[in-house]
Design a protein around this ligand. Sequence first.
Ligand SMILES: Cc1cc2nc3c(=O)[nH]c(=O)nc-3n(C[C@H](O)[C@H](O)[C@H](O)COP(=O)(O)OP(=O)(O)OC[C@H]3O[C@@H](n4cnc5c(N)ncnc54)[C@H](O)[C@@H]3O)c2cc1C
Length: 451
Amino acid sequence: MNLSRRDLLKASGIGAAALALGGTTASAADTTAASEELMSAPTGKRVLIIGGGWGGLTAARYIKKEAPETEVVVLEKRDMFVSCPLSNEWLAGEIPMDFLTRDYFTAAKEFGYKMLQTTVTGIDRKTRIVTTTTGSIGYDYLVLSPGIAYDYSKWFGKDALAAERCRQECPPALIHGSEHVALKKMLEDFEGGNFIISVPDGAYRCPPAPYERAAMMAHYMKKNGIKGKIIILDPKAKPAPKGPGFLAAYKELYPDIVDYRPNSLVKTVDLDKKEVVVTVTLADERTEEQRIPYAAANLMPVNKASDIIAMAGVSGGKAGWGVMTSPTFQTKADERVFVIGDAVGGYPYPKSGAIANGQGHIVASQIASIIQGRPTLKEVTLPQNICYSMVNGEEAISIGVTFSLMDDKDLNGNDIKVIKPKMTENNTRSTEMGKTTHEWYKGMMRDIFGS
Ligand SMILES: Cc1cc2nc3c(=O)[nH]c(=O)nc-3n(C[C@H](O)[C@H](O)[C@H](O)COP(=O)(O)OP(=O)(O)OC[C@H]3O[C@@H](n4cnc5c(N)ncnc54)[C@H](O)[C@@H]3O)c2cc1C
C-alpha cells in the first residue's frame, strides 16, 4: 500500500487492524506493495461485489469459477439470504420459510469467494476504496447489485417519519425481511373489511408480484373462510404482465374477494384515519379523488435504485438507476465498475431475479476475460427472463421474455443497436405450470448456491 492510501485510511479513522482485507491497487505498481502490507491482501486481482442477492451471488460464484486466481469478496448487510420469488406462496401458507432461505456461508466456502457481513457506507472510485461500517476495502473491479429502495416522497414529501410509519403499518414487502413477516401476520390476523394492495407507479421490482400477491392472499382468505375484500389499486389501465391470466383468476377463483381497480393512482395515505387517497382517471379522462378505507394494507410506493448506485456516482435520472454501456453492464462513468440486477436502468429488462442471475453470469464472464487478458466480450449473450406467477395453491401462469440486439436509427438517422424484448405469455393457468414454478426456483437456487 502506498503512503497516500494509508494516509487516506488514517484520515477516515480506519487503522490497519480494522482493515480486514486490503485492496490491491490504484496502479499496477501498488499491487505488490499492497500484498506485502495487508493481512489478507490478494496475490492477484480483487473483485468486490456489493449485495449478496440474486445478481451479486451469481457473479461471485462464476467470477471465481472462470478466474479462480481472483479474490472475490461479497459485502452484504444481512445475515441470511431470503428469496422474494415464491414469497407470495409462503405468505399464503403454501410453503415453509425454509424454502426461501439459504445461509451465506456454505456457498462461499464451496465456491471459494469471501462473504463479509457489513453495510457499505461509501465508495471512492478515484482511490478504489469502499468504506463499510466495519472497515474499508480496496478493489480492482467493483460489481454493484444492491437492489432497490423505496421513494415515499410523492405520498409524504420530506416527512421521513410518516414514510417510515407507512412502511411499518402498510408494509410494501418488495424488499426481503421484516416487511414480509409483518405482512403475513396482518393477513393471518385479518378478520374482514378492505385489504388494499397498491401497485407502484413507474418501474418497480417484479412487475407481476403485486397481482400474484393479490391472488395468493385471496386464496388464503378463501381457504380460511375470511370474509373481506382485496382491493388492488393499479395506476395502469390493466394488470401487466400476464393481465388476462390474472384477471381470469380473479374472476373465476375469487369473484367475491378480489376487486381490481385500474387507473387508480395512490396520491397519499391518511395513516391516522386508515384511508388511502386515490386519484382515479375515468373513462372520459376526467380525474376524481376517492378516499378508500382499509383494515389492512400492502402499499408499494415508487421504487428507486439503492443509494449505493448514487454513492458510486454511476446513476442517472430521477430514480437513480445505474447507467451502463450495454450489453456488458460496465458503467458509462467507470470501466472498472459494473451494475447488475434491479439497480440497472435505461434498458427494457424487467427487475427480476431471473434477469439479475443472467446479468451476474454475463458480468462474471466479462470481468474474468478482462482479468485474464482475454478479448473482452463485445457482443455478449443478453439475459433472458422467465417468470411464473402462482394464482392458487397449485396453478400458475407464466411469461417468457427474450431480448435481442436490433438495428435501429437514432433521432439523427444514424445507425444504432437497441435492445428489444419479445414477450410470450401463457395466461392459461395449470398445475403443470405450478410444478414448473418450483422446478425453476430450485434450478435458480442450485445455480446460485449449489443446492
Ligand atoms: C414478492 C416478490 C416476488 C418476486 N418473484 C419473482 C419471481 O417469481 N421471479 C423472478 O425472477 N423475480 C422475482 N422477484 C424479483 C427478485 O426478487 C429481484 O428482481 C431480485 O432479488 C433482484 O436481485 P438483485 O441482486 O438486484 O437484488 P437483491 O436480490 O435484493 O440483492 C440486493 C442485496 O444488496 C444488499 N445491500 C443493499 N444495500 C447494501 C449496503 N449498503 N451494504 C451491503 N449490502 C447491501 C441487500 O441486503 C440485498 O441482499 C420477486 C420480487 C418480489 C418482491
